[in-house]
Design a protein around this ligand. Structure first.
Ligand code: GDP
Length: 601
């Protein structure tokens, strides 16, 4: 009552909650003002803005206060979400262990980000910041990971930066990263691969820290990074979110200690543990054939302790640990959880991402290795994720989530497709758009699809040759569309568990346009070289320019040295006329394809 009385005397200021980044127009709406009055206020403060201009949180807050609002900060899920993510993953690794056997283990960190933003430099800088001059001389080789010690708290860094390697590991079932560092160069800001890396990190549900690198450079602009990340839905701690960000310079080493502290902080929230007193278990990070030492592999120990003399199995190779070395080339007698070690003594070469384990006897190790080879063959046969198969699994209630990766011709196609897809969300089936970007379908997209059991859908785009091969090998479904409606319709059917495999596309071949001729009969004809497969008269083709589809029609004329031919194979030259298409350019690729009913799941 007292409160009410006092409220009547001094009316409370209206309260408003602001997004991290907003346009002037949206802000005007939130504050119930006209955009013009906001623009005038901004002009007074020396900022020339338009209605569609994005303003950052601080500016928006100032404006709101000027208009008499109290700005409220939403209650944060605090660290809980990060902690939960880390703990969830940690729990997977230790599920079968009795709680009393678990001991804290160091975090394992992977660095990701756009090319040239300083991932490698940062890895080097961190390593240099923590080793003594005498040790520096001892570094003989890069073994795929290294460990630094921060006030008696070790941190393991995976030495292959980039989300491609990270996701390739995941695709093989190895989730090794506890904390991801997203590097963004402060002079460049958020770039396409920053967004891609972020999507890969999110898909893996790994907690992340943003390292704003190159702050020594004159053009460094930290606010821009924060704003851009805000626009991507990543809210940094200082703006009320839960993601830590640290300004650093790999060049001057400024900020490196803070970055290391942040890693330890995030790791602590995850309560990372493993049982050191059991047979060793881990993942192969890399392996190679050494002329004098035979097959050598770097293994990240995830649980247990590995000792010299232990019988081991790595992928489909087995053996006995003859010797082990750390990242400084120092011989080791034992390796505990989260340590990377170079292991000698395998009888074959495992692959990165293969599971590693020590065994009670040589015989057990050998049998395990043989069993794995069989299992792999079975998994390969059963592993394919196709839209039809998912539909069947949704129908039977086995799967409750449809993961998609969307690639489009241009950025502008993403929003309309995203909006149509979002509307499809059903009560019992979730739709997760793991990554949406413009451009061709890349190997990295396919890897993400494998790792997250996702389908790749392309709109007016196509897979790169490497991506197509990988998709075939891994059994990933890449569905290509040139009409948004068809794309959405297929996804909707899958979500309802109804998809009858519409059609699958079979690519017959590719020809490269090397010259363009005028033809009185056909308009223009492309002089081509068949790079693979074959070109068939009457077949469906699409004309692809720098990864984008610029035409889609049929081959109406096919000639080889002035002769009309029905089809023509790899390595031959030919003249191709495409119905209704006259716009060839040298360098275009003509992709010949046909549609066929896909096999049932
Ligand atoms: P990556 O492709 O992300 O691994 O990037 P690199 O580590 O190869 O770095 C790309 C370029 O940026 C190199 O020329 C580095 O010397 C430079 N670079 C990296 N970090 C910094 C930094 O903090 N400051 C400055 N001035 N240059 C940097």
């Amino acid at each position: 009552m007292v409160t009410r009385a006092s409220q009547t005397r001094t009316p409370a200021k209206p309260r408003v909650q602001l997004p991290q980044a907003t346009t002037v127009g949206q802000l005007a709406e939130l504050l119930g003002q006209s955009p013009i009055s906001l623009i005038k206020h901004l002009m007074k403060a020396g900022v020339m803005a338009t209605v569609n201009q994005v303003v950052d949180y601080d500016t928006a807050r100032r404006l709101a206060q000027e208009f008499g609002f109290t700005v409220v900060v939403p209650k944060q899920p605090e660290k809980s979400a990060v902690a939960a993510a880390t703990a969830r993953r940690a729990a997977v690794a230790v599920a079968e262990e009795p709680a009393a056997a678990l001991k804290p283990r160091p975090p394992v960190v992977t660095i990701m980000g756009h090319v040239d933003h300083g991932k490698t430099s940062l890895l080097d800088a961190i390593r240099r910041s923590k080793i003594t001059a005498t040790e520096a001389g001892e570094i003989t080789q890069h073994i795929g990971a290294y460990q630094v010690n921060v006030d008696n708290h070790p941190i393991t860094f995976i030495d292959t930066p980039g989300h491609e390697a990270f996701t390739a590991m995941r695709a093989r079932g190895a989730q090794i990263t506890d904390v991801a560092i997203l590097v963004v160069a402060a002079d460049d800001g958020v770039m396409p691969q920053t967004v891609e890396a972020l999507d890969h990190i999110k898909a893996a549900q790994v907690p992340l820290i943003v390292a704003m690198n190159k702050i020594d450079k004159p053009g460094a602009d930290l606010d821009r990074i924060k704003r851009q990340l805000g626009e991507l839905g990543l809210v940094l701690e200082e703006w009320g979110g839960e993601v830590l960000s640290v300004p650093v310079s790999a060049k001057t080493q400024q900020g490196i200690p803070q970055l290391l502290e942040s890693i330890l902080l995030v790791a602590e929230l995850g309560d990372l543990k493993a049982n050191p007193d059991r047979l060793a278990q881990g993942v192969v990070l890399e392996a190679s054939l050494d002329k004098s030492r035979g097959p050598v592999g770097t293994v990240l120990i995830q649980a247990g302790t590995l000792r010299v003399g232990d019988p081991i199995v790595a992928g489909e190779a087995s053996g006995k640990v003859k010797a082990m070395f750390n990242d400084l080339g120092k011989p080791m007698r034992r390796a505990s959880p989260s340590s990377p070690v170079l292991v000698m003594g395998l009888n074959g070469l495992p692959q990165a991402g293969d599971l590693f384990a020590s065994a009670t006897s040589d015989k057990v190790a050998r049998t395990l290795a043989e069993g794995r080879a069989q299992k792999r063959a079975q998994a390969q046969a059963a592993g394919a994720v196709t839209l039809d198969r998912l539909a069947a699994q949704i129908r039977s209630g086995e799967v409750k989530e449809l993961n998609l990766i969307l690639k489009t011709d241009v950025q502008g196609s993403i929003e309309p497709i995203r909006n149509s897809l979002v509307r499809l969300e059903a009560e019992d089936v979730k739709l997760r758009l793991l990554h949406a970007a413009s451009g061709t379908v890349t190997e990295s997209d396919v890897m993400l699809a494998v790792a997250s059991k996702a389908i790749v859908v392309g709109f007016n785009t196509r897979p790169e040759p490497g991506a197509r091969r990988l998709a075939e090998a891994e059994g990933v479904d890449i569905r290509l569309y040139d009409v948004i409606y068809h794309l959405v319709e297929d996804v909707e059917k899958a979500m309802k568990g109804l998809v009858e495999p519409v059609t699958a596309e079979v690519v017959e071949g590719h020809a490269q346009v090397r010259a363009v001729f005028d033809s009185s009969r056909l308009g223009r004809v492309a002089g081509c070289y068949v790079t693979d497969g074959k070109v068939i008269r009457g077949a469906r083709v699409r004309v692809v320019r720098r990864g984008q589809v610029v035409g889609d029609s049929n081959v109406v004329s096919l000639r080889h040295v002035k002769e009309d031919v029905r089809e023509i194979g790899t390595g031959a030259e030919c003249g191709v006329g495409v119905e209704g298409y006259n716009d060839f350019q040298v360098g275009d690729v003509i992709e010949v394809y046909r549609r066929q009913r896909a096999p049932q799941a």
